[in-house]
Design a protein around this ligand. Structure first.
Ligand SMILES: *Cc1c(COP(=O)(O)O)cnc(C)c1O
Length: 482
């Protein structure tokens, strides 16, 4: 597969070049020349294939020529020892789903309990393979609004020949996120920037086009602008779309945030008998392609979902749910794309005023095409809090603030009864475990169950260096470590 910059359709790059450099030389983002198609045999057997098999089939055409099949199989097995279960908010109320209640695609069963584990773990293993013959150590530079940093730190921790520097907005990430970003040490270093996520991202972009840095260091990015992080995110959309179309759901995962106590309480009223359910029970009307509601910030997840749709996965469309940083919903409404400064919200991993992956969406699809595939909805903090309270009270399920933005967006579209995008099966991407945002969630629901992955991170101590919003401060740090 060949890749091009979003800013220049003339110069082609290999997957390896695109992955290892992150950003094209002209400052554009890499996009694949074409979006490949699933073979019919794959499309028809998504339900019976394992998550790793679907990963292999989804990623294979994107890396053709750079990663042989046998290696890719190992990369997928190593990267995805967890998957993305499709669950109802309450197993005892499964029949409600036929009446239009959304289900959840839980993306938080990886080591840092958020969806970015999928991309980061695949990317780390891919880099390691692609650089197997290099001797110059690689420096990875990442800007994070919260979850990217933790996932990247975890994915690359201890990988030989690679060091990682993570920039995050000081005071705008949770205590746990900070420990996940800055608590590992070793080949991972963390910089607390006195500014917003957009400032961090702008500094990283500048560093990549800085001649002096480029000549001195082997620099690469690892946030959602990296194509090798984006592609594996298409996997769970394809896998879950296959399951949803068959009308089946999965049994609870270990970290599913439904308190046992809650389920028992509802069993007394006859609503549910056990906290788990047998895998493969009917959830939806079968044979209806699913609509995914994706809580979005930088729009990497949604772009990956659009790839899965374009590849032929049974997906009807998407709802792009944002908090008040609603650049893309406004664009879908008006046709005018206008970036702005980000505003802080309780769903802070989505506080993005200038979503970087929009450039990719606009390079692949016209405004009209995007409007056909995506509905945009924005949600306020008050609405998000209300949803967390209601879903917990009614179903015993703990939504994190990002998943709650998604859940609210579906309800708002239904209430407005606009178009038919929510008339079929709807699945909300639960992008993080609620215990990652326990300060917000617990103030609404009381104590949240904590998965083992998060307990481990909480035991660490964050160690970072504070720097101003200033490229020279970043350069000094990067060059001092050479
Ligand atoms: C990163 C993140 C998002 C936003 O995803 P994008 O791909 O940047 O749109 C949503 N929820 C959580 C929990 C995240 O960490």
């Amino acid at each position: 597969m060949r890749y091009y910059s979003t800013k220049n359709a003339c110069q082609a790059f290999s997957f390896a070049e695109a992955a290892l450099t992150g950003l094209a030389p002209d400052g554009g983002l890499y996009i694949p020349e074409t979006i490949p198609q699933f073979r019919a045999s794959v499309k028809n057997s998504l339900l019976s294939m394992s998550f790793q098999e679907i990963a292999f089939e989804t990623i294979k055409p994107f890396v053709k020529g750079d990663i042989p099949g046998s290696i890719l199989e190992d990369l997928c097995t190593g990267a995805f020892p967890f998957n993305a279960p499709l669950v109802p908010v309450n197993p005892g109320l499964a029949e409600l789903f036929s009446k239009g209640l959304p289900a959840l695609m839980e993306l938080f069963h990886g080591p840092t309990a958020a969806f970015k584990d999928f991309g980061a773990r695949f990317m780390a293993r891919t880099f390691s393979y692609l650089r197997r013959e290099e001797t110059k150590p690689l420096r990875i530079l990442v800007a994070t609004s919260g979850d990217t940093g933790g996932a990247v730190a975890d994915g690359f921790f201890g990988v030989e020949g690679i060091s990682v520097t993570i920039l995050y907005p000081k005071g705008r990430v949770s205590e746990l996120q900070e420990k996940q970003i800055a608590g590992l040490g070793g080949n991972i270093s963390a910089l607390a920037v006195e500014g917003s996520f957009d400032d961090c991202q702008a500094m990283v972009k500048k560093a990549f086009t800085d001649r002096h840095l480029q000549e001195t260091l082997a620099l690469s990015s690892a946030n959602s602008i990296n194509i090798s992080r984006l592609i594996p995110q298409a996997v769970y959309f394809a896998a879950v779309a296959g399951r949803a179309q068959s009308g089946r759901y999965d049994s609870d995962g270990e970290a599913t945030p439904r308190a046992k106590k809650e389920t028992q309480a509802s069993s007394e009223t006859g609503a549910a008998s056990t906290p788990t359910m047998p895998s493969g029970k009917r959830l939806f009307r079968a044979a209806h392609p699913v609509t995914f509601c994706v809580p979005s910030g930088n729009f990497g997840n949604l772009t990956a979902g659009l790839y899965a749709l374009s590849m032929g996965a049974p997906i009807a469309g998407f709802i792009a749910a944002t908090n008040i940083n609603k650049t893309v919903p406004d664009y879908l409404e008006s046709g005018n794309y206008k970036t702005r400064l980000s505003q802080a919200t309780i769903s802070n991993a989505m506080d993005v005023g200038a979503p970087s992956n929009f450039e990719r969406m606009a390079a692949h699809w016209s405004y009209e095409e995007l409007r056909q595939m995506i509905r945009g909805v924005f949600v306020t903090d008050d609405e998000t809090r209300q949803t967390i309270a209601e879903v917990h009270r009614n179903y015993g399920y703990y939504l994190d603030p990002h998943g709650a933005v998604g859940w609210t967006a579906v309800q708002k579209l239904k209430a407005a009864a606009t178009g038919n995008i929510t008339s079929g099966n709807c699945v909300v991407a639960a992008t993080a475990h609620p215990a990652k945002f326990s300060e917000t969630v617990e103030s609404i629901t009381g104590a949240v169950p904590i998965p083992s992955t998060i307990k481990k991170a909480l035991g660490r101590t964050a160690q970072s260096l504070t720097i101003p919003v200033d490229l020279s401060a970043l350069k000094d740090f990067l060059l001092s470590a050479v």
